[in-house]
Design a protein around this ligand. Sequence first.
Ligand code: FAD
Length: 306
Amino acid sequence: MLRSVILAASRSSRVERLVATAPFSRDVVRRFVAGTKITDALRATRELVDDGLAVTLDNLGEDTVTGEQATATRDEYLALLRMLGEAGLTPAAEVSVKLSALGQSFDEQLAHDNARAICAAAEAAGTTVTLDMEDHTTTDSTLDILAKLRKDFPSTGAVLQAYLRRTESDCRDLTSAGSRVRLCKGAYSEPESVAYESAREVDKSYVRCLNILMSGDGYPMLATHDPRLIAIGEDRARWFDRGHAGFEFQMLYGIRPEEQARLVGEGYTVRTYVPYGDDWYGYLMRRLAERPANLAFFARALASKS
Ligand SMILES: Cc1cc2nc3c(=O)[nH]c(=O)nc-3n(C[C@H](O)[C@H](O)[C@H](O)COP(=O)(O)OP(=O)(O)OC[C@H]3O[C@@H](n4cnc5c(N)ncnc54)[C@H](O)[C@@H]3O)c2cc1C
């Protein structure tokens, strides 16, 4: 219930104005977002890489409605990738891209062309790209574009969301050798017709999908902060004899940093998803919707500033 209210607020421009201009927002945002500029993203990446973590960088922004906005997002990624390469932060750092920020909602071909330019820049910089997954109305289009990009850039990563009923089948389609697949629970508000509603059903689906990916020939990327699912991931890695190099864990910037460090200490690859940019509102609201404790953090920041 609370989750749906917060996700509804994430689409309200009135609430966005309220949150964006509130004096406490800065502190809350800083916990989950590296900053607004490429230089902030590079600084955060350097710190994480020095601590033994891998990184995926996300330039915040979604639901682009004009070609100019989509081109500006593409150019931001091209600049980011060039600077990551120059700073020697590749291949430790890759980038995560939302096709909606590249024009997917009004021109799929444009989104594909922009994504292709980003993949080429990533390859030139010695790294790769993962296509974030958004709400279920975009899944087919995103997987179509992924398949086209993989013909020339086979290391392009996919994201599959365990809360969608279709995902087990999508996992089976993406287990070929070299196929990089990030498995997450899913962060959008979806109808019951396409998604499991209860946390228990989502977790069970996650385990079924994890089993498919870990027993396949691809490269699973287990994106979760859930201690039970992380333990199951470690167990299946042993069971399927993947070794530490055959898969990775992924977590979000600012969430469970001690667990990220513990897994690095155990010899696992752990990739931190680092968002940066001005357009942090939708991202922040999805993080708040996921966990009441994050809301409490938000409320404490509000109380301490009022
Ligand atoms: C790297 C990465 C990339 C992602 N990309 C996408 C994407 O492309 N599309 C998409 O829809 N979603 C994406 N997500 C978000 C994802 O779908 C989930 O919404 C999000 O990760 C929360 O789910 P969870 O698996 O961590 O489990 P949750 O059910 O949120 O949390 C499970 C448990 O984890 C622990 N936990 C969670 N947060 C904290 C915390 N702050 N402090 C301490 N313990 C905590 C608690 O024990 C909690 O009970 C991504 C997530 C990650 C990590």
